[in-house]
Design a protein around this ligand. Structure first.
Ligand SMILES: [Ca+2]
Ligand SMILES: [Ca+2]
Length: 122
C-alpha cells in the first residue's frame, strides 16, 4: 500500500516519518515499472502532478551509487532526461519523482513523500 503525505519535509525526515507511521513502513521503494506506474497514478490522483514527491533512493553515502534509504540495491530506476545531475561541485543526493521520472535534488529541500507499507491479512 502507498500513502502520500500532506506535509512537506526533508528527505531524512520523510525516511523517519515513514518508519514511524506504519509497521515495516518505509519511504517508497520502486522496484519495477508496474510499481512506478502505481506511484505515478496515486500521485496524479492526489492532484499533485506538478510537485516532486520524495522516494526512497539516495547516493549520499557513495556519490553516484544509488541505493534505497536502507542501503538495499535498486532493481529499477527511471531517471528523467539528463538526470541524475548531482555530483559536479554540488550535492544532489536524494531522489524525487514527478510524472514517473526521477530527479536528484538537495536532501534539505522540502517535499511531500510517499510511504510504502504492508497490510497483514489474518
Ligand atoms: Ca549525488
Ligand atoms: Ca538533478
Amino acid at each position: 500500500m502507498y500513502w502520500i503525505s500532506d506535509d512537506k519535509v526533508t528527505w531524512s525526515e520523510a525516511v523517519e516519518e515513514c518508519r514511524n507511521l506504519y509497521n515495516n513502513g518505509h519511504l517508497v521503494h520502486i522496484d519495477n515499472e508496474e510499481e512506478n506506474n502505481e506511484v505515478k497514478a496515486i500521485r496524479d490522483q492526489a492532484n499533485r502532478g506538478y510537485e516532486y514527491i520524495w522516494i526512497g533512493i539516495h547516493d549520499s553515502e557513495n556519490e553516484g551509487v544509488w541505493t534505497h534509504e536502507d542501503g538495499s540495491r535498486l532493481t529499477y530506476v527511471n531517471w528523467g532526461n539528463g538526470e541524475p545531475t548531482g555530483g559536479w561541485g554540488y550535492e544532489e543526493d536524494c531522489g524525487v519523482i514527478k510524472d514517473g521520472h526521477y530527479n536528484d535534488v538537495t536532501c534539505e529541500e522540502k517535499y511531500r513523500f510517499c510511504c510504502e507499507y504492508y497490510v497483514v491479512i489474518e
